[in-house]
Design a protein around this ligand. Structure first.
Ligand SMILES: [Zn+2]
Length: 166
């Protein structure tokens, strides 16, 4: 969904997220690498300020069925995030950084043709909150399942000794 930034009121435009919005569901599916089983939250898109920068406060609650990266057990990967993201037009960055205060640590997204891609906003917000490694919350049970898996797959044939000490 592309939102033209020109018409956004001073107080911002509020977009409620729900499973009925195909573009939001698709963005979460990409971010969580699985179709979401629930989706709620909101985007508050502020009108453009200096150099066309648009700030979006994104609050997203969602989850999707995944497998544990360690033991392979089914789990529900849940994300509950609240983050402010900034987007600028391709030519929006000031050529002379001496003119304005630019925080070098800030990462700006890009919006083109005067419209913000809200799917990209959702994708960025959820993507930032996804852990690099998906694992069970119950570490003890996960540990036990992982050990059992390794025990079952450890080679016991005549070449086992060649593999060296485990
Ligand atoms: Zn696990």
């Amino acid at each position: 969904m592309r939102l033209p930034v020109a018409g956004i009121p001073v107080r911002g435009r509020l977009v409620m997220l729900s499973p009925a919005l195909d573009w939001a569901v698709e963005a979460v599916r990409v971010a969580l690498e699985a179709p979401p089983s629930r989706l709620s939250g909101e985007l508050l898109v502020m009108p453009p300020v200096k150099f066309g920068r648009v700030d979006v406060r994104a609050a997203v609650q969602t989850s999707a069925p995944r497998c544990c990266d360690r033991c392979g057990e089914d789990l529900e990967l849940a994300v509950d995030t609240e983050v402010t993201l900034s987007f600028v037009p391709p030519d929006g960055e000031p050529a002379d950084r001496g003119e304005v205060q630019v925080d070098e640590d800030l990462d700006f997204g890009i919006y083109e043709d005067g419209a913000l891609d809200l799917g990209q906003v959702v994708l960025d917000a959820v993507g930032l909150a996804v852990p690099s490694r998906v694992a069970c919350t119950n570490e003890v049970a996960c540990e036990a399942r992982t050990a059992a898996l390794l025990g079952e797959t450890r080679p016991a044939g005549p070449f086992a000794a060649l593999r060296g000490p485990q």
